[in-house]
Every structure is written in structure tokens, then in C-alpha cells.
Design a protein around this ligand. Structure first.
Ligand SMILES: [Zn+2]
Length: 55
């Protein structure tokens, strides 16, 4: 019971692959590969946003 984990962004069931979001994404929970990739891409595509990141 309570073993099922879902991606916090798209709610896909996470089975063998789950990814921990980076702390600066402010996401609590786990991500599927797709959402993780997407976030990672966004993170690197918008370097200016990194400077704005609050502590
Ligand atoms: Zn997802």
C-alpha cells in the first residue's frame, strides 16, 4: 500500500525510472523522465533566469 509514486507534474505512474528535481526548481516530489528532461532543458535554455533565483 502506498507504493505507487506519481510524477508531480504529469501524474504519470513512476515505476523503474524516477528523477529527483533540482532544489532550485522548487518542486517537491519525483518526476518522470519526460518532465525531468523538460525542466532540465528549460533550466539550461534560460540562463538569465538563474540569476533571478532567490535564495
Ligand atoms: Zn511527468
Amino acid at each position: 500500500m502506498g507504493n505507487e509514486i506519481n510524477c508531480v507534474l504529469c501524474s504519470a505512474a513512476l515505476t523503474s525510472f524516477k528523477y529527483r528535481p533540482m532544489p532550485q526548481w522548487n518542486i517537491s516530489g519525483l518526476l518522470c523522465g519526460q518532465c525531468y528532461d523538460k525542466r532540465l532543458l528549460e533550466h539550461y535554455i534560460q540562463p538569465e533566469r538563474r540569476a533571478i533565483t532567490k535564495k
